[in-house]
Structure formats: C-alpha cells, structure tokens
Design a protein around this ligand. Sequence first.
Ligand SMILES: *Cc1c(COP(=O)(O)O)cnc(C)c1O
Length: 463
Amino acid sequence: MSRSAHPAGPRYADVLPEGHYTPPPADLNALDARVWSRTVARDAEGVVTVGGIGVKQLAEEFGTPAYFLDEDDFRARCRAWRDAFGADADVFYAGKAFLSRAVVRWLHEEGLNLDVCSGGELATALAAGMPAERIALHGNNKSAEEITRAVEAGVGRIVLDSFQEIVRVAHIAERLGKRQRVQIRVTVGVEAHTHEFIATAHEDQKFGLPLAGGQAAEAVRRALKLDALELIGIHSHIGSQIFDTSGFEVAAHRVVKLLAEVRDEHGVELPEIDLGGGLGIAYTSDDDPREPREIAVALRDIVTRECAAAGLAVPRISVEPGRAIVGPTAFTLYEVGTIKELPGLRTYVSVDGGMSDNIRTALYDAEYSVALVSRTSTAEPMLSRVVGKHCESGDIVVRDAFLPADVAPGDLLAVPATGAYCRSMASNYNHALRPPVVAVRDGEARVIVRRETEEDLLRLDVG
Ligand SMILES: *Cc1c(COP(=O)(O)O)cnc(C)c1O
C-alpha cells in the first residue's frame, strides 16, 4: 500500500505516526464492495441503501445507533462455506460472534451447525429450534449446570478444555445415563498473525491443553478410559482475523501427529479434526480476505497430505467461522451530533453511540472504515476521528478516517463490517441502551433484536 503525502496538504501526513498514513480514497462517495455487504448501494439521490431500503428511512423507522444486517448476504455466506467444505465436512458457525433466534433459524435452514460457549447461547440455540446434535459446546470453564443442560439436550459434541472437565463431563453423562461425544481442545504452539490479545494458539493462554510436554496426549489417555465419553476427535483454534493458511498448516501437522501417536499407543484412529475459526474479513480496503472455497481447498489439502504421511485415514474435518460469516453482513448506522476541529491536528466527529456498541477499537486497536451515507459530497477529504458519546477518551469508533469536510450534525455515518463482536460485546456503559439489530431483505426491514429501553435497565435495578 502506498503511503504518500496527500494532495490536499502535507498536514494530514504530519498528524499520523509513521507508517499509519494512508492517503484518502480517490472518491469518498464510492463504496468498496469488499467492506460493505452484498446488497449495499447508493440510490439516485446518493443515499446508501441496503436490501433496497435507504438509510434515511431506516434511521427514521428504527432510530440510531442501530445495526442493519443484510440477510441475503448472511445466507449467501453460509451457503458459500457449506458448499466449499462439502458433505464430508461440517461448518459450525461460532455463535459468540452474534447470536439471535433469527440467526439460528437462518443457520438451520442453510445447513450449518452451531458453536455455543455459554448457557445463554445454548438456550438461544435450542429456543430457536437448532437440533441439539448440530450444536457444539465450548468454553474453558463450563459450569456443571451448563454441562448438564448440554448433555440432557443431547448436544453433538462438548469440547473438553481441562483435566477437571474430562472428569466433570463424564460424571454428568454417567449420572444422566448417556454417552457424550467429546473432542479435546489442544494448543499447537502457533501464534496467528494478528493482534496479541486475539491470538489464541500460542501456549501461554487459558484455552486448550498443550501438545508440547504431553498434556494433550494425557487428556486423550484419560478420556479414552471413561465409558461415559465418546472421544471423536481433536480440536484446535489458532486465533482470529487470520489471512493466510500457514498457521493452519502447522496446526494440522501437529494435530495429525497427535492422531498418529494416539493410534500407536491406543490402537484407535480418532475420526474427526476441528481446525477452529479465525478467518479474517475486510474491515478496510487494505484487507484482502480469502474466499471460503480457497480456504476449504487449502485446509483439505493440508490435512490429506499430513494424514498420508502419517498413514492415517483422512478424518472428517470441521471448521468454525464466526466473523467470516456474520462480520461483513452488517453496518452500524450513527447520527453525527457534534464536530470539533482541532487546528493542525484533526477533526473529531461525535456520533450517538460509541464504545458501548463497538468495543473492538478500544479493546484491540481494531481498524474500521466509515462513510457518509445520508448523502454524497464533493467536499475535500478531512482527516477525522469518529468518536462516541461516552465518558472515556478512549471511546473511539474509527481512529483515522477521511470524511468529506462538509460533514455536519444530522448527517448519517455508517461503519461497515460490524456484524461480528459488536452487538455481542455491547455494554450498558453510561447506561447506554444497547442498539437494535434490524434484518433487511428484499425491501423489508424487521427488528430481530430490539433496542433496549430505560425500563429494561430499571427492571434489573431492584432498588
Ligand atoms: C472465537 C472462536 C471461533 C470463531 O472465531 P472467528 O474469528 O469469529 O472466526 C471459533 N472457534 C472457537 C473455539 C472460538 O473460540
């Protein structure tokens, strides 16, 4: 990417630290298809539309801030993942990215399975009719109650994450007179190329049992001894927002090595391998994610090659994309409230939401794009920082963005690619009311998660 001086003046380059200066796009009104969901476009008046409905109409009807989810795009992504991996593999959508009953129904209809990692997510999945055998339960500290509900419901797998849990799940299954299908989550010592706090496969972390040093092999040994457990495979999740498959290559190599050791020691070939999620999406035009088909071919090739080398039959593969399915399908719509120009620095544009509806910028230094969506503009690009309304100077939505210099209170801004880890991580900080999620499809918009009200807040506050 070129990082040259901006034609509108070198002052833009001066503000940003070295290496962080990206010149503004040639046309601020253009919508990069990479970061916007499939049905997003501008109409003849220059208003951005999704599913055929303009954002001004959406803002009037549903208020701001709000998340608008492009249902066609969501379903198309589900099908792309399912078709890419085919009938001899399983795609589990990671519910923690964003879960609601409508989403569960879409997943069910499009033939995907579902990962949950809490009692609340399990309840949502079951309430919306996801067949239990298509649900996997994750987590490094599942409560006895969560395990009990999962075993009772008959979930397809529980991913075991500690020595205590092996025994705990076995006891509960035994008590309920069931044999529970389980996988063991291992850490393979791979650090995915991404921000430290969202990389999870290096060994110094809370998830999984390390392959190195033999803890993973010991977990297999213990699980195989327990009649109430049916050990179906090994699970590895190496990180988040990953753009190349080399990390998966190392992970598959090491997991297959464990499968071979298990065969040698116990005479058992475990039939499944789960390679986790973590596939990246485009938050800005600089990101270039791979298509599901490319990823599927690469992962299958890796596993096939490793198994051939180890003399093992190729196990059934599963993957767990969360962000890669829901992330690109939604944008957050905000209204501009105040604008503060700091001469020689930049312009702060305040919107009516912030870190309560998108914590990722503050938490991970995540990068986002932003566009003026209620109209077009021919004004020159202005280096801006889009900030929220919370009492925290780190309350930043988009750290460095170019907006047209005539942006004004009342304008609508949209931040694309907020479908994953925004509503699901939303908070009530400053007693903010968490925004609604509105699904849009074929000229129709419907609320799938309603906006919180002050009554909702006061209901929990029992005085
Ligand atoms: C978070 C998580 C995922 C999904 O990660 P994405 O980055 O959203 O694809 C998949 N599997 C496990 C075990 C996870 O913890």
